[in-house]
Design a protein around this ligand. Structure first.
Ligand SMILES: Nc1ncnc2c1ncn2[C@@H]1O[C@H](COP(=O)(O)OP(=O)(O)OP(=O)(O)O)[C@@H](O)[C@H]1O
Length: 347
């Protein structure tokens, strides 16, 4: 199969403020605005940014848990919006989600075995023997003993519950896992174990991840590429090494500057730059970062900067650091977003 596993084109989500039949003209929350990226098979794309920048909404749009206001999500070149029932089921098997809070996302009344085999049983009937064999297999895959299949979530530790969440996501043999803050609720040592498990699974079965996190230490550990979101838009998307070595967008720079602590697993991005994140209901004109940006010039207040491709494989939306030329200003630098990871990461 040529082309990326996942391609996101101009994805946009506006939540109307309030309800009623007269939707036209009512204010909206601009949660996600014109977001484009792609993910190759076996690749990890991390999405980072401050609270409220739209990361979880992107995840929900990818999983089709919410409908986009605009834009497309393509799996292996197929637009998921146009899929009918059977094709949609087949697609759902390819993309699974792992949530932040393993406890609230697991049914407390089901045993571990029932929880992880449930996704398969939604598609096909399993005999008791088949169910037990599948549960044992999945538990082993996530480093747990098959005996655990009889336990309830309340009888497991936080790390074991997250392993269970991963086992459930693996049950349908997906190609892509969307992980939304999947290790944020865990202790540092357990975080490291779960991240290593994800890396092992990626190596063994070629899984791709869209990994959403506000923790740069975690991101540095697992990302092939990193996308930075600010107020609903991607402002920089770069190969991981280049991203950490030499951030280009002033916002990326501020995020990384706020994070250089000796223990990278504990880096947090609570308030990386001065000032508040503006409201997504009434975002600033031009570049949404301009009110907080030390480099802002007049143009930043007027025009939304396009994502401009740079020589090292990254794209950056900044009038000052990545001024658009006629060639570079082509729509969303789509060619660059789809560049194979092998070409830019060497991993
Ligand atoms: N269902 C919804 N209805 C209305 N507004 C929403 C809804 N879901 C999210 N929003 C708003 O959309 C914006 C983006 O939210 P989102 O949860 O995607 O951000 P985030 O980057 O994941 O934040 P966090 O890290 O805090 O989860 C926020 O302003 C949020 O309040």
């Amino acid at each position: 199969m040529n082309g990326p596993l996942l391609k996101v084109e101009n994805l946009t989500k506006h939540y109307p403020l309030g309800s009623g039949i007269f939707k036209k003209g009512i204010p909206v929350i601009r949660a996600v605005e014109d977001v484009s990226f792609s993910v190759e098979a076996g690749e990890t794309l991390c999405i980072v940014g401050e609270s409220g920048c739209g990361k979880s909404t992107v995840a929900r749009l990818l999983m089709r848990l919410v409908e986009p206001t605009g834009g497309r999500v393509l799996i292996d070149g197929t637009d998921i919006a146009g899929l009918k029932k059977d094709a949609l089921h087949a697609w759902r098997r390819r993309m699974q989600m792992v949530f932040q809070d393993p406890y609230s996302s697991l049914n407390p009344r089901l045993t571990a075995g029932q929880i992880i085999t449930e996704p398969v049983e939604n598609f096909e009937r399993l005999s008791r023997k088949q169910r037990q064999a599948l549960a044992a297999d999945l538990l082993r895959q996530v480093g747990m003993s098959p005996e655990m299949m009889h336990r309830l979530p309340s009888e497991l530790s936080g790390g074991q519950r997250q392993r269970l969440g991963i086992a459930r996501a693996l049950a349908l043999q997906p190609s892509l896992i969307i992980a939304d803050e999947a290790v944020s609720a865990l202790d540092v040592s357990v975080q490291a174990q779960i991240l290593n498990l994800l890396l092992d699974l990626q190596q063994q079965i070629g899984l791709a991840f869209v990994f959403i996190s506000h923790d740069l230490g975690v991101v540095e550990h697992i990302a092939h590429r990193v996308a930075v979101m600010y107020l609903g838009r991607i402002v920089e998307l770069a190969p991981s090494e280049a991203f950490f070595a030499k951030p280009v967008h002033p916002y990326t720079e501020a995020l990384i500057a706020a994070a250089p602590v000796p223990d990278p697993t504990r880096v947090r991005l609570e308030a990386p730059v001065e000032g508040e994140v503006p409201s997504p209901i009434n975002p600033p004109s031009g570049c949404a970062f301009h009110p907080r940006c030390p480099l802002a010039v007049e143009r930043c207040r007027i025009d939304v900067p396009p994502l401009v491709p740079m020589a090292d494989g990254r794209v950056v939306a900044c009038h000052v650091r990545a001024p658009a030329t006629d060639v570079a200003a082509e729509p969303a630098a789509a060619a660059n977003l789809a560049m194979p990871i092998s070409a830019i990461t060497g991993r």
